[in-house]
Write a protein that binds this ligand. Structure first.
Ligand SMILES: Cc1cc2nc3c(=O)[nH]c(=O)nc-3n(C[C@H](O)[C@H](O)[C@H](O)COP(=O)(O)OP(=O)(O)OC[C@H]3O[C@@H](n4cnc5c(N)ncnc54)[C@H](O)[C@@H]3O)c2cc1C
Length: 500
């Protein structure tokens, strides 16, 4: 039976919540974690990630502190580069079109390195992201961005290590605990109403941390806030992030904040299950479109597939696929590039057709206007510059088209080496950007920007960080930074140690 009082209640069971819980415990609080999912499905979206953390670093010395296991050979063949605070701020500004809350951006950047080192001390092990973020050229790896390390075992490894740490630290945890409501007393928020095993109970606390995600798994809210058609998209991660934490906070006067009508969404297997599958994490990703072309139901191309590295286009192209007639499209490749497709294309369950001729291929695609498709491919093939540089997937090769209303700027190769392969895609949502407003100590703010006593938040539930797009691997980093801060501040408040 759960105790009816503790110092800090943490709502959620992903990376932000677990960091909040460990941090609150570190500051002397008696902590209770309430995770809505059953134990087998614990860990939220954090569990579905690649486990990468975008952090400021000054090269080898910082990386060695996070990955002490680095071998002499690793060190000899790797240039870890540097990722300065200025560069990180610049990347956050650019990708969010300078809408990011500047105070939150500074905190995220300034505390990133120390927070990753702190997570390491809790027992999470890291490794360099060779292969994903650095490629071997002339016998050496070179990292060029702030994403150098990921948790060993990716998101799964990350949350398993965090749950292990929670258990070792003696933090109490309940699964299948669906928090429904925030309770308030004289001192502010002082507990929650939660349904466990079908029974509603009230649990009181000195402070509450909300770290229970966004609303991407809520069809109605997606339609309401992201727009018509968003009820149809596939959810790439957990089914438990339905915006309950946001709703509870708004109900008692918290301020909504951030880009409510936008989300992280990308091209995804059209017939994927409605929610992410823990048995096949990563299945459904369709990010290799720069290696071919994409056509809609009318047989027409609708984006510049080679505009940039996929890192900078995939989040924009998900919503564009959704807007196509019927909300689907096809990615088409020939044998010159099929061997370059990401591993997820080879996983079972994808909707794929193959044929030796384009005429037969489009027949098998069934729901694409055949004449227009054949004309699109003919025009595309004919438009590739005669003096184009050779195809090279390792660089932005400048091998583009000329004269098309919609160009392909890089990696343009004529579709003339059968057999042909086509994958049917739709849109998959990763997480939502809108949420509630916090200050620099992770206190939830009301409509007048005043802190709501006893209420703290961290992770995806927080608005104001991501707009339009986001620099990859800053979601886990933000969850860790603001979750950790929320846990510490909630503990200090609950134990009467806050300065105010
Ligand atoms: C497929 C995929 C890949 C991704 N890859 C990356 C990546 O490589 N790097 C990166 O930085 N980010 C990535 N992200 C984004 C990243 O997952 C999030 O930014 C981050 O994990 C959010 O952490 P969180 O703790 O706030 O939320 P979550 O990890 O989603 O945790 C929310 C928790 O709240 C619980 N919950 C919800 N409602 C309630 C309730 N009412 N009561 C109790 N508990 C509740 C849920 O069960 C869940 O445990 C990816 C996301 C997905 C879906």
């Amino acid at each position: 039976m759960t105790n009816k009082y503790c110092d800090v209640i943490v709502v959620g069971g992903g990376n932000a919540a677990l960091c909040a819980a460990m941090s609150a415990k570190e500051h002397g609080a008696k902590v209770l974690v309430l995770e809505r999912a059953p134990e087998a499905k614990r860990g939220g979206n954090s569990r579905f990630t690649g486990g990468g953390f975008r952090m400021v670093h000054n090269g080898l010395e910082d990386i060695k502190e996070v990955v002490p296991e680095l071998s002499a050979e690793d060190i000899a063949i790797t240039d870890f580069g540097q990722y300065t605070a200025e560069k990180y701020l610049d990347d956050l500004g650019r990708t969010t079109q300078y809408n990011i809350d500047p105070e939150l951006a500074e905190i995220l950047v300034d505390r990133s390195t120390d927070t990753v080192k702190w997570i390491r001390k809790q027992g999470v092990k890291f490794e360099p992201q060779y292969g994903r973020q650095a490629f071997k050229v002339n016998g050496r790896y070179k990292f060029t961005s702030g994403v150098v390390v990921n948790a060993i075992g990716a998101g799964q490894g990350l949350v398993e290590s965090e749950y292990k740490a929670i258990a070792q630290q003696g933090i109490e945890l309940r699964y299948g605990a669906h928090v429904m409501k925030l309770l308030r007393g004289k001192e502010g928020v002082n507990g929650v109403s939660v349904v466990i095993d079908g029974v509603e109970e009230q649990i009181y606390a000195g402070a509450v941390v909300l770290a229970c995600g966004g609303f991407e798994a809520n069809r109605e809210w997606r339609t309401r806030y992201l727009g018509p058609g968003w009820e149809l998209v596939k959810v790439r991660g957990t089914r438990y992030n339905t915006g309950e934490g946001i709703r509870m906070a708004l109900e008692i006067g918290a301020q909504s904040y951030g880009h409510w009508s936008a989300s992280h969404a990308c091209p995804f297997e059209r017939y994927a299950p409605d929610f992410g599958n823990l048995e096949k994490i990563g299945a459904g990703i369709r990010h290799s479109y720069p290696m071919g072309i994409m056509v809609n139901a009318e047989g027409k191309r609708f984006v510049d597939e080679g505009a940039d590295w996929r890192n900078f286009t995939y989040v924009k192209y998900g919503p564009i696929v959704l807007k196509q007639p019927g909300s689907y499209a096809w990615q088409v490749f020939d044998t010159q590039t099929t061997h370059l497709l990401r591993g997820e294309y080879k996983m079972r369950g994808g909707h794929k057709v193959e044929a030796d001729t384009l005429e037969e291929l489009v027949k098998r695609m069934e729901d694409v206007e055949p004449k227009a498709f054949l004309e699109t491919v003919r025009e595309f093939d004919a438009s590739i510059k005669k003096d184009a540089p050779p195809f090279d997937p390792n660089i932005k090769d400048g091998r583009g088209t000329v004269g098309l209303a919609l160009p392909k700027s890089n990696w343009a190769t004529a579709l003339d080496k059968p057999p042909y392969t086509a994958y049917s895609i739709g849109c998959g949502i990763t997480f939502t950007f809108g949420g509630i407003k916090i200050d620099k100590t992770s206190r939830v703010l009301d409509m007048a920007d005043d802190p709501m006593r006893g209420l703290y938040a961290g992770g995806e539930i927080v608005g104001g960080l991501f707009y339009f797009n986001y620099p990859s691997s800053s979601g886990l980093m933000a969850g860790a930074v603001f979750g950790r801060t929320a846990g510490r501040e909630a503990a200090l408040f609950a134990l009467g140690k806050t300065a105010e």
